[in-house]
Design a protein around this ligand. Sequence first.
Ligand code: SAM
Length: 427
Amino acid sequence: MSLKIGDQLTLTIHDLAFGGEGVGRVSVSRDESRESRAEAASAGFPALDPRPSTLDNFVVFVPFVIVGETVEVEITEVKKNFARAKLLRVVTPAPERVAPECKYFTQCGGCQYQHIDYAAQLRFKHKQIADLFERFGKISREVVAPVIPCPSPYGYRNRIMIRSQWNGPAKKLEIGFIRADNNFVVDIEECKIAEPVLNEQIKEVRANPPPKGGIKVVLRVQPENWDVPESSFFQNNFFLLPKLVETVRDFLKAGGSRHLIDLYCGVGFFGIETAEAVDSFVGVEYDQLAIKAARKNAGVRKIQNGEFISAKVEDALPELLKKFSPEKTSVILDPPRKGCWPETLQLLRETRPAQVIYVSCHPATMARDLNILCADGVFELARVQPLDMFPQTQHVECVADLRAGQILPNRAQSIQLDESNGERRTN
Ligand SMILES: C[S@@+](CC[C@H](N)C(=O)[O-])C[C@H]1O[C@@H](n2cnc3c(N)ncnc32)[C@H](O)[C@@H]1O
């Protein structure tokens, strides 16, 4: 058959791609259906079924489904290498299917997995990460530990952003989140994954709406005993925070370094929480208000073995790496979602600190960066610990423990990324 928008078909779901969409396959007659894994990866779906797409198995992505289900769908988009469809009906539900708690689920873009039993969400996330690392980062899936669950799979988010938008045709102000299927705002009265106190604040925002659309309101629960400026970063799930700290601290202690460089340190969270494991530490962060807060946060805890530098990581790191002997130094990387600058990774490859602990909420950029660090055995990946900081959603936090590899120093070659295809070249 030739596939077009509006077609209705019945599919079996084979996999859950990163991003939460199910992967179904259909037979099509078009020539352009010949898809390669590389093409699929460039479309943003690296965790695909490894079988290449052929006439017999053209990929169709469907949201809100589960592996093993048979579903009726309607095609909404047809690309050269894949199509997208909306779910019309679940014909054969998977045993893991549960009723979502939120009445806005499937309309609101915030959650992707409320229809999946929580234990199964953890298994699917583990598989997605292991697939992603294996295929995109060329990293053995054996190093990926089971996902640590969140003790509170609902009511956990301590920060949300409420948007407002004037809906012309309906002549009303929508106050809520971005929709799942377009960039308009869906009107919401509550959020099931947000902390209860934020739901009280949502009521207040709705009772006193901004005069016109376009205004964003950030609602936040301040962490106890941490000074966090309004616009600065803080981890957004207090329930799993102790496990996140424990993981980083355990990795650091196992590394046995005397010095720690905490890069992208925010208000000093990891440096302060692990200060007693090292002789000295330095935190680097470009948000000046966060650095001021970090100094205060260390001060109230009487932590005296650390300092905080307000600078871009890429500017401060060369000097810092000269200051500490590499064999006694661990580096924490906790970059924003886009990952680290290539220059930062290159510098770490050249100086080879004993340990790099990479913390990330974006496994795809993390896999890319780990692949660069580990190329030619310059670093070896000992373990990846995923933590479910974002239940009901496609997101997951990972902490990776890398050790300087047992290679000769002159093999710590430079790596250049070939921008055209994302492959690396060694010099
Ligand atoms: C994911 S947050 C991590 C913060 C901190 N590690 C924590 O756990 O609270 C990333 C931080 O990196 C900072 N940042 C982003 N790009 C940076 C850069 N090039 N140099 C320094 N800091 C940067 C952001 O301001 C943000 O505070």
